[in-house]
Ligand binder design. Sequence first.
Ligand SMILES: *[C@@H]1O[C@H](CO)[C@@H](O)[C@H](O)[C@H]1NC(C)=O
Ligand SMILES: *[C@@H]1O[C@H](CO)[C@@H](O)[C@H](O)[C@H]1NC(C)=O
Ligand SMILES: *[C@@H]1O[C@H](CO)[C@@H](O)[C@H](O)[C@H]1NC(C)=O
Ligand SMILES: *[C@@H]1O[C@H](CO)[C@@H](O)[C@H](O)[C@H]1NC(C)=O
Ligand SMILES: *[C@@H]1O[C@H](CO)[C@@H](O)[C@H](O)[C@H]1NC(C)=O
Ligand SMILES: *[C@@H]1O[C@H](CO)[C@@H](O)[C@H](O)[C@H]1NC(C)=O
Ligand SMILES: *[C@@H]1O[C@H](CO)[C@@H](O)[C@H](O)[C@H]1NC(C)=O
Ligand SMILES: *[C@@H]1O[C@H](CO)[C@@H](O)[C@H](O)[C@H]1NC(C)=O
Length: 519
Amino acid sequence: MPFTSMSSTVPPLLFFLFIVIFNLSISAKSWPLSQENKIQEQDKDPFVGFNIGTDVSSLLPPPDLVKFLQTQKINHIRLYDADPELLKALAKTKIRVIISVPNNQLLAIGSSNATAASWIGRNVVAYYPETLITAISVGDEVLTTVPSSAPLLLPAIESLYNALVASNLHTQIKVSTPHAASIMMDTFPPSQAYFNQTWLSVISPLLRFLSKTGSPLMMNLYPYYVYMQNKGVVPLDNCLFEPLTPAKEMVDPNTLLHYTNVLDAMVDAAYVSMKNLNISDVAVLVTETGWPSQGDKMEPHATIDNADTYTSNLIKHVFDRTGTPMRPEVTPSVYIYELFNEDKRAPPVSEASWGLFYGNTTPVYLLHVSGSGAFLANDTTNKTYCVAMDGVDVKTLQAALDWACGPGRANCSEIQPGESCYQPNNVKGHASFAFNSYYQQEGRASGSCDFKGVAMITTTDPSHGSCIFPGSKKVGNQTQTVVNSTQVAAGETSSRSLLSRGFCASIMILVTCVLLPFW
Ligand SMILES: *[C@@H]1O[C@H](CO)[C@@H](O)[C@H](O)[C@H]1NC(C)=O
Ligand SMILES: *[C@@H]1O[C@H](CO)[C@@H](O)[C@H](O)[C@H]1NC(C)=O
Ligand SMILES: *[C@@H]1O[C@H](CO)[C@@H](O)[C@H](O)[C@H]1NC(C)=O
Ligand SMILES: *[C@@H]1O[C@H](CO)[C@@H](O)[C@H](O)[C@H]1NC(C)=O
Ligand SMILES: *[C@@H]1O[C@H](CO)[C@@H](O)[C@H](O)[C@H]1NC(C)=O
Ligand SMILES: *[C@@H]1O[C@H](CO)[C@@H](O)[C@H](O)[C@H]1NC(C)=O
Ligand SMILES: *[C@@H]1O[C@H](CO)[C@@H](O)[C@H](O)[C@H]1NC(C)=O
Ligand SMILES: *[C@@H]1O[C@H](CO)[C@@H](O)[C@H](O)[C@H]1NC(C)=O
């Protein structure tokens, strides 16, 4: 839980060189990949899940909670226990769940194989595979919050694992334990990080276990607390994943890697800490991260705006799959802390304000995420549309329009002569419709509104009159434009809309269609 992470001591960033880099950001984006969104759903791909704390005064009954998760397309959750009603309600859904052994059960499980076996029987075997249990998180931040239980941690993990082996579930269900960031020392720069030596007798064998069983190192990572504890040293923008001027990027002097955000730096610090113990094949799973939307006088940065910025940018960061500077090929999955505001939690105020939703499922704030597909798109995200930019070269726009309606398979029927979006009959109007049609068809996936830089995402509904853009909830005003044959004929000569001329009918256009994707 986040409050305990307060203890994390984050050494000063002073080691950081703030080097000015002339970031030649060459816009070399390829045409959007239509597969991107579908890939999202596959198992090995990075995902964004949610922690579900239950100190909520009006928590939904389990069946309604599951319905809500499905509506929001949330497919990964972590529970702080193994609530039987909820596990039952999750049966036969696609939602994958991490269940937890609360800290107060460590003693019993760590000191008796029989107790561990019966825990697995009651909480895993009874539900799996109807309920897709993916992992067991054993205790929470045990080393830093209940150090007296530390000697039982590994025995508990091993007993649970052995019980899974006995049920032949050990390859499907992983066992690990979430740590606070404060088990790492000198996390800035990441290349100098190491685990606090005090815990080596627990961490070393734990890492060997994780490596042997292909399980992740679970880390609760809160750039919010890094910011709170390093006021004036770590810029807020770095904590919020905001685009940085090159001068604000943090450069690790040992590796010369550039860090644009604190979360990536923390993940790389975990890799380095493991490497110092000769472990390099254990993945980092961010079991908690988030930003509170409200705080007391001592927490002026716990605001709706910052929470929204952090969460929106975090989701974008995971779905963009940029990895971390040290491991660009691996993007860690994250579980946002948390789904609901836990209004029953004790002060400070921020403790009750980490949720994206109130207990009754009303959103606390609206995200600004585009490119996340349907994920959280119901209610929380502002509708987004993709339109042609102002002031761009007509030829480029036309080429992009041709691509969208051709190889891009956007539905361009509404911009054909006589149809409701034919007017205004110009390249920009038609391109906007086609770009948006493609963007919505791709589930508003990241990268699907680029078109070589001539398209942009907007939250303003571009629909007008009877012309309703895909994705809009507006309804046409019924004054369906009467097809005026004179108009249509005139239109055909001025419009270069692809379908109006018959797709790829002329060799000129055919060449363009084929060549475009390889620009
Ligand atoms: C639990 O089982 C393991 C492996 O079978 C064994 O090594 C260990 O001693 C047992 N622990 C207890 C407390 O019985
Ligand atoms: C390492 O952890 C121990 C136990 O929690 C703590 O007392 C100590 O201060 C930590 N070391 C550092 C350098 O912070
Ligand atoms: C890691 O491996 C190196 C080289 O094999 C060895 O010198 C070192 O002692 C090992 N460190 C640990 C913590 O096992
Ligand atoms: C969210 O989903 C529910 C159920 O499918 C639906 O009734 C509601 O209108 C949706 N809300 C939005 C904003 O799309
Ligand atoms: C294209 O859009 C039109 C108008 O919205 C619709 O009637 C038609 O079924 C769509 N075509 C396809 C292939 O989806
Ligand atoms: C959502 O979009 C509307 C207009 O399109 C805008 O007024 C509003 O501020 C946006 N809300 C958020 C949270 O971005
Ligand atoms: C319908 O849309 C057209 C075109 O924008 C507009 O001129 C007309 O006034 C609208 N009719 C109604 C009833 O809103
Ligand atoms: C058809 O369009 C032409 C040219 O825009 C216009 O002069 C004419 O009045 C229109 N006819 C009808 C029936 O709307």
